[in-house]
Design a protein around this ligand. Structure first.
Ligand SMILES: O=C(O)c1cc(=O)[nH]c(=O)n1[C@@H]1O[C@H](COP(=O)(O)O)[C@@H](O)[C@H]1O
Length: 231
């Protein structure tokens, strides 16, 4: 496996294996990592993970587990057995689920990084208000990030808009994985809390998750290169 020099994680949001492998083959594993999410993993499964690793890529398995502690712990052990680099769970699954998640990797020699999802980057203040949580969206992100850290997770997924505050509150070694990244002038699509790659790094992000601005570009490798050289 190649350790990428770049903080970019390319989201392979495809419906099947072939286009995902085609895109991966066009990219350099020293220039990015790859993320496989619910759509692609449900269609293509562990075989795809093996193929991407065979091309030299570290893989973020983004299945956002959210279930009872025993079920999530089992799912995480299965993920670790695939040798993935990063996995995630919803922090809103609560303390016992998070502690069971950490415990699931206790006997794994090289465990994946365990990351908690806070408030999805597709949500804005209005969406958030409908859920009737206490405080603002930003308060909720901070509350969930503190809980994740307290339970022993290595980082959180959040919007880069929250990265400055989280970096201050949670210290320099806690990983901030930030989707909702759009180069200047790119379409927001369904994302609501967005920043450019350079702004996100400036705000304290550790990793930038970028999907459509790369996967739907006429030349994905050039789009990745442009982002990397903007940092
Ligand atoms: O966990 C994630 O990766 C994630 C969390 C979040 O809050 N928002 C978010 O967009 N994501 C993922 O990040 C990727 C963003 O893709 P683009 O919007 O195409 O750049 C998608 O694969 C999402 O599933």
């Amino acid at each position: 496996m190649v350790i990428a020099a770049s903080p970019v994680i390319v989201a392979l949001d495809y419906a099947e294996m072939a286009p995902a492998l085609e895109l991966a083959s066009a990219l350099d594993p020293s220039a990015c990592r790859l993320k496989v999410g619910k759509e692609l993993f449900t269609a293509a499964g562990p075989l795809l993970i093996e193929r991407l690793q065979g091309l030299g890529f570290e893989v973020f398995l983004d299945l956002k587990f959210h279930d009872i502690p025993n079920t999530v712990a089992g799912a995480l052990r299965s993920a670790a057995a695939m040798g993935v680099w990063m996995v995630n769970v919803h922090v809103s699954g609560g303390r016992r689920m998070l502690e069971a998640s950490v415990e699931a990797f206790a006997n794994v020699a090289t465990p994946p990084m365990l990351i908690g999802v806070t408030v999805l980057t597709s949500m804005d203040a209005q969406d958030f208000a409908e859920l009737a949580y206490k405080g603002s969206l930003g308060d909720q992100v901070l509350r969930l990030a503190n809980l994740a850290k307290d339970c022993g997770l290595q980082g959180v997924v959040c919007s880069a808009k929250e990265a400055t505050v989280l970096r201050q509150e949670l210290g320099s070694t806690f990983a901030l994985v930030t989707p909702g990244i759009r180069p200047a002038g790119a379409k927001a699509d369904d994302q609501r809390r967005i920043l450019t790659p350079a702004e996100a790094m400036e705000a304290g992000a550790s990793y930038l998750v970028v999907g459509r601005p790369i996967t739907r570009a006429a030349d994905p490798a050039a789009a990745l290169e442009a982002i990397n050289s903007s940092l």
